[in-house]
Design a protein around this ligand. Sequence first.
Ligand code: NDP
Length: 336
Amino acid sequence: SQRVVLAQRPSGAPTLEHFRVEEASVPAPGPGQMRLKTLYLSLDPYMRLRMNDGPSYADPVGIGEPMCGGTVCRVETSNHARFKEGDLVLAFTGWQQYAISDGVGVNRLDRDMPHPSWTLGLLGMPGFTAYYGLLKIGEPKAGETVVVGAATGGVGAVVGQIAKLRGCRAVGIAGGAKKCRHAVEELGFDVCIDHHAPDFKAQLKAACPKGIDVYFENVGGAVLEAALPLLNVGARVPLCGLIAWYDGQNIAPGPDRTPALLSTMLVRQIKIQGFVIIDYYERYYAEFLAEMGAWLAQGKLRFTEHVIEGLEHSPQAFIDLLRGDNFGKVVVRVST
Ligand code: NDP
């Protein structure tokens, strides 16, 4: 069976040398355990942070260990009291075809659900991140302007759609004309601005004639620079991700921008609140599933997946994701 391990720690953008595709024997479950066969693997930006050593909100992946990741799996053999052979489950077994599990952190899914991989996207971690960050921290009100970067990705696409369902003006920021068109025509954003455009800052300003009330921060970098001067008095900034800086490479040496940021926050009475979604499942996940499930049933949500075929292509797909060469939520179809 195949697995992909971390071969070396990158000190900038990851390349193929930082990963290794390995063959391993198919593991056998012991008492109280089960063997999971991976059907879908989710690829997400946070995995870049797990490739670093040192403290973060989660432990680093060890050298020679399989890369971490959320998965949809089928139970292949089970000695576990709660799981049967053939069960479909949501797990966190990482970049490998097979894993042994004692059932901790594993949740059963409906065997007949139409799109099991959506539990890694719209109805899973990224969707929940959008829901929690926008509604519980951003607290958008009808008529307000909500801005989000990485607007066509797993998180941003859901932020924009919920903003519209709440009666807001939704302004997306994405890389390239194709993504911007998709954001408006498929996802329902009012407008979407290409952050590669030379006059990006001016375009964003023109797209927000009444300023910004909620800036859902996915990106940092030039996108944050463009949004900051447009924030209204009392604006809220759910601080979700800073993908532009995850490689540690694009951080300008100076001048120090902290005074500009903090002065803006003070004078305009802005709330910036960071959050790590894992901490909010217990309190809000059921509410999220109920509300999203209802919107989905009413045909009010769209979801675009970028499906990669085969585990061995995960490293390249992950490198592409960090560069913005993905189109929608990235999942790898590992087996059928
Ligand atoms: P996406 O599917 O949106 O993929 C990442 C996208 O980021 C790329 O496609 C690219 O889109 C954009 N991007 C990359 N580099 C830059 C850059 N320098 N400037 C502007 N945009 C860039 O990812 P997700 O939706 O899964 O995640 C979005 C953010 O949310 C990430 O920062 C992630 O870490 C964060 N997150 C945080 C969580 C939490 O608990 N706090 C949980 C889940 C996600 P484009 O081509 O459009 O620029």
